[in-house]
Each structure stands twice: as C-alpha cells, then as structure tokens.
Write a protein that binds this ligand. Structure first.
Ligand SMILES: Cc1cc2nc3c(=O)[nH]c(=O)nc-3n(C[C@H](O)[C@H](O)[C@H](O)COP(=O)(O)OP(=O)(O)OC[C@H]3O[C@@H](n4cnc5c(N)ncnc54)[C@H](O)[C@@H]3O)c2cc1C
Length: 496
C-alpha cells in the first residue's frame, strides 16, 4: 500500500526512456529531497543538469517519511552533545534551522502546495511525573543551551497522560508534494528528469554514468541515492533499519497537532488533512533491515486502536534509514574522487539533512564556500567517535555471513513451498531465494546479494528480499528497490 502523501499528488511529466548518450555538467542520481534540492540550486546557477531516477520522483524514502522538519534530532540533542560537545551541537541546530528556512523559502518562491506549516515538536514520556527523569532534564538543557525555545509541557491533547518537552516553531509538510514541487521548478529551468532510469555503473574517473539504455558523461556526479551505490568505506559502519507507518481516520475530530514523539520506547505521531478528510499517522517498530520479526503493521494498528477511537485504517507503508557511526551525516566529495559526491547517514532526520546536503553539494560544485561543509564532510574519519559502531556493524556482517552461509536448509526441490510462502535454501549446492506467489507461480532467484555477497532474507511484511549486511532490497523479480546494490539478484540457470 502507498504512503498517504500520494493523496492529491501531481504527476511529473514522463520523459521518453533514456536510450541516447548524453553530456551534461552534473548528473544527479536520485530524485529525493537531496537530489532535487541540489539539482535546483545547480540549475538556477546555470549548470546543465540531468536527474536520473530509478523509480519516480519522491518515490524513495522521502515519500515514505513522516514529513516532520525540526532543528533538533529525533534521537535527542543530549546524546549528540555528550559525543561532540557544545560547539558542534550548536552548529548542528543552526545548520538544520537554516535548512528548514530554506525549505520555507522554496515553498514560497515556487508556490509549492505541500501544506508547509510551522508547528511545535513534543518529546513526551508517559510514566510518573516526579521526579523529572534525568534524560528529559539533560535534553531540555541541551535544547535551551543552543537557543531553541523549549520548555516542559503536557502533551498536545493526547487521549493518554503524557508530558515532556515542547519545542516551538518547528514545521511539517507533505514531503512528496514538496519534492514534486521542486521537480516542477526544475522542469521550468529546462532540466530533464528521467524516471525509471536506474544507474547501473558509475565511473567517476571517466566522468561516466551508465544506465540500462545510455551513457551519460558528466563533469560532476552526485549520488543522491540515500546511501552510496557500490562498495564504499562508510557502509562498513552504518546500521541500516526499517521503520513502519500506519494511517487511520478517527471517529470525531480530535486529532493531535504537531510533531509528537512518545518515548515508549518510540512512536512518532502526527495528523494530516487532505481536503475534508483528516488522518492520524503513527510511525515506529524499527528493526535492523533483514531481521524482520513478525507483523509490524499489526503492532502499529493495535497501538493506534489502544489509544484512539479509530474509525478505519487507511494506509500503511515502510521505509529505510541509514545511521552514521558518529551521529552526523556524511555529505560532499567522496574519498579518492573530487568529482563524485554523496549524502548519507541521515538516520530519521534526513528531510532536513537532505536539504542541507543538496545545498552543500551544489556549493562545492559551484566553487562556493558553504559554512557547514566542514562539519559534515564525507571524507572525515572520527575513530574516537565511531569505532564502537564500526565494530558492531562488522560483527553483524560477520554473524550473518557465517550463520546464513552455514545454516541454510537444504532442499531437493520446490514442491514443499506452498502458495504465499518464501524460503532461502540450498538447492543443488546453490543458495536460492524461492518464492511461490499466491497464484502458485514459482519465482527462483539467487539468494546472494550482488553488493557484497551476503545472503538475503525474506521480508514478509513487504514481500521483498532484504540484505541484512548493508540494506540492499530486491523485489520478487529480483530488481533493486534500494540500497547500495547496482544490480538485480541473479536468475540461476534453468529459472530464467
Ligand atoms: C519511516 C521514516 C520516517 C521518516 N520521517 C522523517 C521525518 O519526519 N523528518 C525527517 O527529517 N526525516 C525523516 N526520515 C528520514 C528521511 O525521510 C530520509 O533521510 C530522506 O528522505 C532521504 O532523502 P534522500 O533524497 O537522500 O533519499 P531518497 O528519498 O531515498 O531518494 C533517493 C532516490 O535515489 C533513487 N535511486 C537509488 N538508487 C538509484 C540508482 N541506481 N539509479 C537511479 N536512482 C536511484 C531512489 O529511487 C530514490 O528515489 C524518515 C525515515 C523513515 C525511514
């Protein structure tokens, strides 16, 4: 099912498939908030830009997000301050506040109808009120210390007892409508956006990007793909996780307003109005990608039903996040190549990071000084702040490599796989990802992820094959949905 942001969304003019070679100044790979922010800044500065998008505009994580815009971080400012100190915490908040102002300015300049509005953000607990938990005290201190208007407050009209911190003047919008608005701005600048054009190879040395049908020569190549494609140093330390969203209509008109984070341990709530209809959205149930554990949508439906008077469940979807090992995103020129750029490690905060990233990368290409470039550089190495996370991620990859290669069941054939079932198994010495559709069709793919050879796992909530090592995901035909893999899961001999 699709995200509720698609309600009333505007189609982007389809261009013919890219089947002729082309030459541009900048190839932007990915039409999410990062790629389109960068592309617009570059096009407005006179660069010849082409956008190559594997799916559709905003169809990646941007269109699956919650649409909350805040200068703080969803995981809290206090942990960031403990790791990085006062100055970096203040820089993070200033950079993020400026990015929200930039979004607001673009909404006004391009008359983007995306329901952008300033709203407070709440960080709430549900337990005893006295004494104030240390975590909340630390958090409030960190927020006030960087100049945010934060105070202790009750939750915003929730049907359960909640209290915590209220931060004034944050914002919300419809993230899909916003990036569709950016895309229309780009079309107005003469930029071609090729949708359904997955990039299969990047050769920055040769200034070359290859799709299935064409070769694009570009002086600069921007990987606005949420995580860099192919093998990259940063992937070794970045946990990848999935999070789920459920939308509902309530009986009555009592929808809570604002950005609402309930630390129970974590649910994010917000409401949204489309025409005469109102919706309540809950996001949560985060787990490492490839380690799917039951019916996450059902858990969220039960959460909503427990707390609200639900009339109907209307939407559900999920999305992926990549967290950086030292808590800050990686933005800008990549190691080893001055003409290749990336933006990743946004965790749950990437609508704002992505906007900042788009501006930093555009400034780097244009040779302009960006005040935030040094804080979030993609070439930084911070062993003191990231070593633990690198060690954890490497242990996870090793665990999966050993367990999945040695522990896969052996099958003599596919008869035991019933309609609707999927399994990873060794058949005639080959690791296979086997799925039988509800209609009884058998789909057999290699279970070996083409990125770094881990074994994919079945994700029953979304009927996808997910790699637990670095987050590449594939549909039941094997095509890449997201993650660092360039290429689909192979089709073994006899199953093509
Ligand atoms: C459930 C959830 C809720 C969230 N809510 C919020 C929120 O409220 N506020 C917030 O600030 N952040 C939020 N985030 C994080 C935020 O949504 C993301 O960090 C941000 O949208 C990333 O934007 P992006 O443009 O970098 O990536 P994406 O939007 O994923 O765009 C990348 C694009 O690259 C394309 N692509 C990938 N590979 C290729 C290829 N080979 N060739 C061509 N194109 C390719 C993809 O199709 C995709 O469209 C949330 C994340 C999750 C998981």
């Amino acid at each position: 099912m699709e995200a509720m942001w698609r309600l009333g969304s505007r189609a982007i003019a389809e261009h013919p498939p890219l089947d002729e070679d082309a030459e541009v100044d900048v190839a932007v790979i990915g039409a999410g908030i990062t790629g389109l922010t960068a592309a617009l800044a570059l096009a407005e500065a006179g660069q010849r830009v082409m956008v190559l998008e594997a799916g559709t505009v905003g169809g990646g994580v941007t269109g699956g997000s919650t649409g909350n815009l805040y200068a703080t971080l969803a995981s809290g400012l206090a942990p960031l301050r403990r790791k990085w100190g006062d100055q970096m915490t203040a820089d993070v908040v200033r950079a993020r506040a400026e990015a929200i102002d930039h979004i607001e300015a673009l909404v006004a300049r391009h008359a983007i109808e995306c329901d952008f509005r300033r709203q407070p953000a709440y960080r709430l607990v549900t337990g005893e009120r006295q004494p104030t938990p240390h975590d909340l005290e630390d958090e409030l201190d960190a927020l006030v210390g960087v100049g945010l208007e934060a105070e202790l407050a009750d939750g915003p009209g929730l049907p359960f007892d909640s209290w915590g911190i209220r931060i004034a003047r944050q914002a919300q919008f419809n993230p899909l409508h916003y990036v569709q608005g950016l895309a229309h701005g780009l079309l107005g600048e003469g930029v071609v956006i090729h949708q359904h054009a997955p990039v299969r190879e990047i050769d920055a040395g040769k200034e070359l990007v290859r799709t299935d049908g064409a070769r694009v020569t570009a002086k600069h190549i921007v990987q606005a793909t949420h995580t860099p494609k192919g093998i990259s140093l940063v992937q070794a330390g970045m946990p990848v996780s999935r999070e789920y969203a459920v939308g509902a209509r309530l009986r009555g008109d009592d929808y809570p307003e604002g950005i609402i984070w309930v630390l129970d341990p974590f649910h994010s709530l917000r409401s949204y109005r489309h025409g005469d209809e109102r919706y309540l959205l809950v996001v949560g149930e985060k787990h490492p990608t490839g380690e799917h554990r039951g019916d996450h949508y059902q858990q969220l439906r039960e959460y909503l039903a427990r707390h609200f008077d639900v009339a109907a469940f209307t939407h559900h979807w999920s999305a992926q996040q990549y967290s950086s090992p030292d808590g800050l995103p990686y933005i800008g020129r990549m190691h080893g190549r001055d003409n290749l750029y990336m933006a990743t490690g946004f965790a749950a905060d990437g609508l704002v990071w992505g906007t900042l990233a788009g501006r930093i990368i555009a400034d780097q290409i244009l040779g302009r000084v960006n005040p935030w470039q040094a804080c979030f550089g993609a070439r930084r190495i911070t062993p003191g702040k990231s070593a633990l996370q690198y060690a954890r991620e490497n242990a996870t990859v090793t665990k999966h490599m050993v367990k999945d290669y040695l522990g896969t069941e052996k099958l003599d054939g596919f008869d035991g796989i019933a309609p609707g079932q999927a399994r990873v198994a060794t058949v005639e010495g080959e690791k296979l990802a086997i799925h039988r559709t509800e209609a009884g069709d058998l789909k057999v793919l290699s279970a070996v992820c083409p990125h770094m050879k881990c074994i994919v796992h079945w994700n029953a909530s979304e009927s996808t094959w997910d790699c637990p090592c670095h987050g590449s995901r594939f549909d039941t035909e094997g095509e890449v949905i997201e993650g660092p893999a360039f290429h689909p899961l192979a089709r073994p001999e006899g199953h093509r």
